[in-house]
Design a protein around this ligand. Structure first.
Ligand code: SF4
Length: 321
């Protein structure tokens, strides 16, 4: 399978300094937060790639960079071989951008409450000057709602139905890929399953590719082909789903597993992640996971582990074997 998205050495640094006068009075230097650090991965066409990690791991920032909401500080994102940061051809960039849509965690906040559903769904096509006659009605039926719902406003729908509206809008411009940022975490468990099943059906029907961003390994286990685990802005492990779940190699991945409730683990105690996530403005030296790692040795405190391949897994840990 060829790569639809190729992310290379992606880094994003935010300037989080206090205003100049405060810094002068308090004698403080500028402060920078590295939200994403040297992340590389590929998403093959018609596959589901999941990015997993606790909050602050940089997963949402990567999603926003890929859809063009946030520019990278360095590194590149190639979509179908077109490097979005290097290309000067605005027509090329606009075409590639319309191939990627995004759905967000809070389906209510991402729908304009003053617009009718028909206008919300058709908007991505309207801005491109395309034909929208009957489009919203058709897409509403494809996501399991009724064509008559096109006249309604978002507040007349439940949380799960609103996420279906967001999916319908994302499909309007016939994208190749949808970036899903925690698409089910605001929904009840039973509704989560319905939305995940719908996404899976749509993937088959439209040949879609998903980048699925989640903190929840149990959700990811149901949808992903490939999983990348992020910690403090860095990719620490990447493997096909079954390999990751059967033989996790990074201590952080194992910690996430112990914290996740499992369908087959009835009666098993859930072990919450240990330790605090370090301050990303002053990250630990060497391996940034070393203050929380049960396997840490002296080398881990001074030497940042390189990403290396062991079988089907890519992992950055000195002790991965
Ligand atoms: Fe733990 Fe060291 Fe591996 Fe980091 S490199 S995850 S501290 S064993």
């Amino acid at each position: 399978m060829s790569a639809l998205i190729s992310v290379k050495n992606l880094t994003r640094v935010f300037d989080v300094s206090k205003p100049w006068l405060n810094r002068v009075i308090e004698r403080k230097p500028k402060a920078f937060l590295t939200a994403v650090s040297d992340v590389s991965f590929e998403v093959p066409e018609n596959s589901v790639y999941a990015l997993v990690g606790e909050s602050g791991s940089g997963k949402s920032t990567i999603g926003k960079i890929i859809v063009g909401l946030v520019p990278p500080t360095s590194g590149s994102v190639e979509v179908n071989g077109v490097d979005l940061s290097a290309s000067k051809n605005t027509a090329d960039i606009a075409r590639v951008r319309s191939d990627i849509q995004m759905i967000f965690q809070d389906p209510y906040a991402s729908l304009n409450p003053r617009w009718r559903v028909r206008d919300i769904i058709a908007e991505p096509v309207t801005v491109l000057g395309g034909e929208t006659e009957g489009l919203a009605e058709r897409l509403l039926e494809q996501v399991g709602l009724s064509a008559a719902d096109a006249h309604e406003y978002p507040h007349e729908f439940s949380g799960g139905q609103r996420q279906r509206l967001c999916i319908a809008r994302a499909l309007a411009s016939e994208p190749k890929m949808i970036v899903c940022d925690e698409p089910t975490s605001a929904l009840d468990v039973s509704v989560q399953a319905q939305v995940l099943n719908l996404m899976s059906d749509l993937r088959e029907e439209f040949g879609l590719t998903y980048l699925f961003i989640s903190h929840d390994l149990t959700v990811v286990q149901h949808v992903a082909d490939m999983i990348g685990v992020l910690y403090l802005g860095s990719l620490v492990e990447e493997a096909p789903r079954d390999t990751l779940f059967s033989t996790p190699k990074h201590p952080y991945t194992r910690m996430l597993f112990d914290a996740a409730p499992r369908m087959d683990g009835f009666g098993r105690e859930v072990d919450p992640p240990k330790g605090e996530i370090p301050d990303p403005i002053n990250p630990p030296s060497g391996c940034t996971f070393h203050p929380r790692c049960p396997l840490a040795v002296d080398r881990c405190r001074t030497e940042r582990p390189e990403m290396r391949r062991i079988g089907e897994t890519r992992v950055s840990c000195h002790m991965a074997e």
